[in-house]
Design a protein around this ligand. Sequence first.
Ligand code: HEC
Length: 98
Amino acid sequence: MKIKLFLVVPFLSLLSCVSKKQVTATAQTTEVVAVNTEDPGKGLFQKQCAACHDLYAPNAYTAQQWEPIVFEMQKKGDIPNDETYIILDYLKKNAKPQ
Ligand code: HEC
């Protein structure tokens, strides 16, 4: 799932590059940054959420179930707000389907 996304996203930006001409050159740069910022969620999750127990798989819970769990863990681990939301976002994207 994750791997497929990384294959598809660069491919799509390549396509839009071909169709939109040079004017969009700056927009392309932003897209690349956006693709790269997808990973910090995973990195933060691995860093912050393995301190007390083994990592739970993102797809062990649905997006709806993750929300209260993550905020509970934020309190336990004193995880900063911004990092908590990045982690939650990552978990929701990779959560078990409803
Ligand atoms: C300060 C220690 C600590 C940190 C940091 C921590 N956890 Fe936990 N976690 C616990 C403890 C203790 C339990 C088991 C007791 C409980 O459920 O309250 C637990 C339980 C869980 C469970 C099982 C909950 C359930 O209802 O069965 C999940 C899922 C989980 N943690 C995910 C995470 C995630 C995601 C993060 C990072 C955002 C995280 N934990 C960070 C201590 C921590």
